[in-house]
Design a protein around this ligand. Structure first.
Ligand code: C5P
Length: 218
């Protein structure tokens, strides 16, 4: 009605790292800046979508018109994503920790003379695979990311089928991606691969949002 291609569509976007607690003051995390995911949320909103951004701890302003939900651990991110469904579009760009600490200590772990404690890790749920699973709440279009340092195409294709998503944005992270403003990605769909030249994360996000809009128009 307002002329924008995604008006009336809902989207859920994950972004940033997760923070997996060890005890009340310590945790495990990673170097994701959240920039690419935040840019995707902003670009979808610019095209008219109603966007819920599920964000791990990052130092970024929420994009205009986007509803942000703060989370820390992967398990919280999964619950927040499920609470944001149903949605037409899901873009999972968060760098979800593969493992969390089994048996988080309720008090600060004390330094003891006997040596350092051992951390037992358990696997986190795969949020993207869960969202992609067939069912009445599955979004019509589910997009994942794959950050790879080698064999981008093979790894991205494997992820596409293992996780059951519709598209994978393959990201060669062998140079200059984390925290940087630029990104060189390839869009992998079920039947094609489209490499895009290195450009700003904002432009990558606009291109992703435009492709999503084209998909819903077709
Ligand atoms: O397996 P890998 O972590 O490389 O997959 C990356 C894609 O899967 C990203 O879209 C990421 O957001 C998503 N993912 C997820 N939950 C996990 C691990 C990855 O949603 N536990």
């Amino acid at each position: 009605p307002d002329g924008r291609p995604l008006t009336g569509r809902t989207a859920v976007v994950t972004a940033g790292p997760t923070f997996e607690p060890i005890d009340p003051v310590r945790g495990l995390t990673n170097r994701s800046s959240g920039k690419q995911g935040y840019a995707v949320a902003a670009a979808l909103a610019e095209l008219g979508a109603e966007v819920t951004l599920i964000s791990g701890p990052v130092a970024l302003e929420a994009p205009v018109g986007v509803t942000r939900v703060w989370v820390e651990a992967a398990t919280e991110m999964k619950a927040a994503v499920e609470a944001a469904l149903p949605a037409d579009i899901a873009v999972m760009s968060a760098a979800v920790a593969d493992w969390r600490v089994d048996g988080v200590a309720s008090g600060k772990i004390k330094k003891k003379p006997g040596g350092p404690p051992s951390l037992a890790l358990i696997e986190n749920p795969d949020i993207l695979a869960g969202v992609s699973a067939p069912g009445p709440r599955r979004p019509k279009l589910v997009v994942g990311f794959a950050a790879e340092t080698s064999d981008l195409e093979a790894n991205a294709r494997a992820k596409l089928s293992r996780k059951g998503c519709d598209w994978i944005i393959g990201n060669d992270v062998s140079d200059e991606v984390f925290g940087s403003d630029g990104n060189a990605v390839t869009l992998f769909t079920r039947d094609g691969a489209e490499p895009w030249p290195r450009q700003s994360k904002t432009d990558v996000a606009r291109k992703i949002a435009q492709r999503i809009a084209d998909h819903f128009k077709a």
